[in-house]
Ligand binder design. Structure first.
Ligand code: C5P
Length: 237
């Protein structure tokens, strides 16, 4: 079933599927990178956690009516997804200030954004994923202004759903990143992953950081942290 390697990214490998040109297999790696690849490490088990956590979250979003590329988990580290052409824009939704926005604009960490802030970044390693506006997105991606607005609306709706989902397991969703793609028929689908690699999650009681910031800031054990997230999510029916 698994075909040739199509692409290898920092956190995942993408394989073709023999006999199904409209599907791909995502294989989650144990590699961790931060600060646009300047900091690197490998954690045995990380691929499994991000695969299983992403599957759980995409399954929840699907049940809530969000159109995603996720089809099913195949094993601990691999999942079957619908093939899409990824729009090279990273959509970041921020409920609370953390990370790059605190440095870029001098906004104090934990400042609440109400309504949540949606930012666009151009997905380009050579340029270190710069912040862009809607007009830049239109020029860089050939995506029309209506679709960019649709993507931002989808990101806001997904944020509302994820806020409730994580709150039910005592986690505050500070911010997260989404990617969207188009399938063969031109349908816009939520793609890529949603995991502690792509979200900032804070324990609602202790404020403890329970995401990739433990690696970025060297403040904890990544595998123990991701295991704790999976355990909390597994309790959600
Ligand atoms: O780095 P920054 O503070 O802008 O990140 C905002 C959110 O987007 C964080 O949850 C981070 O994990 C996620 N992100 C990501 N991939 C990137 C950049 C940011 O998952 N390339």
């Amino acid at each position: 079933m698994k075909g040739d390697l199509l692409y290898e990214g920092k956190a995942k490998k993408v394989f073709l599927v023999e006999g199904d040109s409209q599907a791909l297999i995502l294989s989650y790696k144990n590699d961790a990178t931060a600060f646009n690849g300047k900091k690197k490490a490998n954690f045995i088990g990380k691929g499994k956690y991000n695969n299983l956590i992403t599957a759980k979250i995409f399954d929840y979003l699907h049940r809530k009516g969000i159109k995603t590329h996720f089809q099913k988990s195949l094993n601990d580290t691999e999942q079957l997804v619908t093939k899409t052409t990824i729009i090279p824009v990273e959509v970041v939704v921020r409920n609370v200030a953390a990370g790059s926005i605190t440095k870029r604009l001098g906004i104090k960490e934990k400042t609440v954004f109400s309504p949540p802030l949606v930012e666009l970044f151009y997905k380009n390693d050579d340029l270190s994923d710069p912040l862009i506006n809607e007009e830049h997105a239109r020029i860089l991606t050939n995506v029309d202004p209506f679709e960019i607005e649709q993507i931002k609306e989808a990101a806001r709706a997904i944020n509302d759903l994820l806020l409730a989902f994580f709150q039910s397991v005592n986690l505050q969703l500070a911010d997260f990143k989404l990617e969207f793609g188009k399938d063969a028929k031109g349908n816009l689908l939520l793609a890529d992953e949603i995991s502690p690699d792509t979200c900032r999650l804070w324990d609602m009681e202790t404020g403890e950081k329970m995401d990739k910031d433990v690696f970025r800031e060297d403040i904890g054990d990544l595998i123990e942290t991701y295991d704790a997230i999976l355990q909390r999510l597994e309790a959600v029916k």
